[in-house]
Design a protein. Sequence first.
Length: 78
Amino acid sequence: MIRTGIKEMRKNLTKYLDSVQKGEEVIITKRDEPIAKIVPIRPKQARTLSSREQLRSLIKPQGTPLSQVVAENREERL
């Protein structure tokens, strides 16, 4: 973990952001009191699905079912 003051952070922002990108955490201080922390963003890990059923279980139905929409459109044409 790296600690730095505001003034130092402004001067060397690129250097500190490079450190964060490499996995370091940076604590920014004001008069030796911590006021902020910059941490790296953890990349999302891709999920692997073992089957189509597992994929289908993740999909949540929304709105009106297509079969109902088709039936309603057919009724309107009559």
